[in-house]
Design a protein. Structure first.
Length: 582
């Protein structure tokens, strides 16, 4: 609960004001039975109307004061809890933005959504209650016990016994509830993940008609959530009646003992009445404290889940030395790089990889599926750091650059085009917020996207829906390439981003990128499966099982690299031979 204290520290004045109002409200409630006892014993039994009216006036005044204190603490509690919730959500989102790839891989997106929404709401609810009933219930309970003991020490033996039994039941209930509520949150994560997976792949599900399996998957997750929720509520359902039974039995015994003491002249009628009122307050407070402890258990589980996010490893810091390119150094260098994904199988995705290309040159990376091509791109962006070796860009080790410096030096058009809600122009300017409209249009023309953009209802100002579902796959890829081209990055990574383009359009994109690289001195890395794309590059890197199988020009590799020849024959050579007439 440490971080709750830190957040409440930002609003210490209204928090303590609300707590003070709660204390004064509880005091007003505690005074009522005592005043009522005085009214009965001194006013009604004595036949003094003036005394009755006097005590009645005081009771009305104290009730009005209690209502004012209650209104004040409600307003303050709502303001503080909601502002704290806004701060918590903002800080959590900022933390997620700085997640390292290892942290993002460890915590599923569905779980992150649950932690940002459900767990945060649980904390807000707890803080709101903390300044309202969670403070009032213990104060009222302790105050009622103290005043009841002061009224009649003899009757208090029964009262204290009942309170001890109820306290023991609360402790056992908390111990049994904690693990169950933690499992409820995990089950809720699973439900969110299933729904999110379906929404992301809804077209594939429809295309294959897999509605039945998706319903079954959701049904399993939903049933798991229901079962775990029932298991957690079963504890409450068992212990709550026991607590009520204990307090009610104590009340009955107190009434019986009170009647005996009254017959003996040891207590007054008003004292018995006040004592029963305090017993009712204790009963209500204990029942409320049971709910408080159940909420506390749920909040503790939510806090631990939130702290898993706040304590996760961050990406490399934004601060760091400014990138100063060395014109004499190669554009991109991999030197004995070995890398295995954290938390994976332990097998290396890249093993002792070394190569270099000059600034302004184009490198094509080709190889079978799973050979490590995309991994190479992630290392260039420093999503991960290699376990051995180094990656240098324009003579600078990437591990020595800060986040801002590196992100300005590298841009990517990923294999899976990810566009955002907004206009076409806004999506292109994601690559460079300072670029002009003319620069964005030039980048779109280079990416062969200007033609279809101009046909949209509002051209570059046409809105895109979330995920750009109103565009085709090829249109998305061309916008993604334009977004990368509009940047001023010295390293341009193209991760199989032309797979949805026809050969003529792709050739136009390659020519435009080559001209752009020559004009701006950019180093271009094409990650591709197409031999036609690779042939146009200055250098070709062939990967197989994470190792370098070949490096050179097309002609050099055709003469020396078996893997490259096999790829060539499977795509071009085989077709050429098939067309030869015997």
């Amino acid at each position: 609960m440490g971080f709750i204290k830190r957040y409440l520290g930002r609003y210490s004045r209204p928090f303590f004001t609300a707590v003070a109002c709660v204390g004064l409200e509880a005091l007003c409630d505690l005074l009522q039975p005592t005043l009522m006892a005085r009214m009965i014993d001194h006013g009604i039994r004595g036949g003094s109307l003036r005394t009755v009216l006097g005590y009645g006036g005081w009771m009305l005044l104290i009730t009005a004061c209690g209502a004012d204190f209650a209104a004040a603490r409600n307003v303050l509690a709502s303001r503080v809890s909601q502002r704290m919730g806004a701060d918590l959500r903002r800080d959590l989102f900022a933390k997620i933005l700085r997640f390292s790839e290892a942290s993002a891989d460890r915590i599923e997106s569905g779980s992150l959504i649950t932690r940002m929404t459900n767990d945060t709401s649980q904390v807000i609810q707890f803080v709101n209650g903390l300044m309202r009933i969670y403070v009032k219930a213990p104060l009222t309970c302790l105050g009622s016990i103290a005043l009841a003991v002061w009224i009649s020490p003899r009757l208090s033996v029964i009262l204290l016994t009942a309170v001890a039994v109820v306290s023991a039941l609360i402790a056992v209930s908390m111990k049994m509830s904690y693990t169950r509520f933690a499992k409820v949150q995990a089950a809720m994560d699973r439900v969110n993940t299933v729904v999110q997976e379906y929404l992301m792949g809804v077209r594939v599900v429809k295309a294959f008609g897999r509605f039945g399996s998706e319903e079954e998957k959701f049904g399993t997750a939903n049933a798991g959530l229901a079962d775990r929720t029932i298991a957690s509520q079963r504890v409450i359902a068992f212990f709550s009646p026991l607590m009520s039974l204990t307090v009610n039995v104590g009340t009955v015994l107190t009434l019986y003992a009170g009647s005996v003491l009254f017959a003996a002249g040891a207590v007054e009628v008003g004292q018995i009445s006040a004592y029963i009122s305090y017993m009712a307050q204790i009963l209500a407070s204990l029942i409320m404290m049971t709910n408080i402890f159940n909420t506390l258990v749920r909040t503790k589980a939510s806090v631990e889940r939130i702290e898993q996010v706040t304590g996760s490893e961050e990406d490399f810091p934004a601060s760091g030395p400014v990138a100063v390119p060395d014109p004499q150094a190669p554009g991109l260098v991999f030197e004995h790089v070995t890398f295995a994904y954290p938390g994976g199988s332990g097998l290396s995705a890249l093993t002792d990889l070394s190569f270099s290309i000059a600034s302004g040159q184009t490198l094509a990376v080709i190889g079978p599926t799973g050979s490590g091509k995309s991994t190479l791109a992630w290392l260039c962006l420093r999503f991960y750091d290699p376990q051995a070796g180094s990656v240098r860009l324009n003579g600078q080790d990437l591990r020595l650059l800060g986040g801002v410096a590196l992100r300005k030096q590298a841009a990517i058009a990923p294999q899976k085009s990810m566009l955002f809600s907004g206009t076409v122009l806004q999506n292109i300017l994601w690559g460079n917020a300072d670029a002009t409209r003319e620069e964005a249009v030039a980048a779109a023309r280079a990416a062969q996207a200007d033609g279809f953009i101009q046909k949209l209802p509002a051209g570059y100002d046409s809105p895109l829906e979330q995920g750009a579902i109103n565009l085709s796959g090829g249109q998305k890829q061309r916008l993604s390439i334009a977004r990368a081209l509009v940047s001023r990055a010295q390293l341009l990574l193209l991760d199989d981003c032309t797979s949805a383009l026809d050969a003529v359009t792709e050739a136009g994109v390659r020519r435009a990128i080559a001209l752009d690289a020559a004009a701006k001195g950019r180093t271009v890395v094409w990650i591709t499966q197409r031999i036609g794309t690779a042939r146009a590059a200055d250098r070709i890197l062939v990967l197989q099982n994470g190792e370098k199988a070949g490096f050179g020009t097309h002609d050099e590799l055709m003469a020396s690299c078996k893997v490259y020849r096999e790829i060539y024959d499977s795509q071009i050579g085989g077709e050429a031979n098939a067309n030869v007439q015997p």
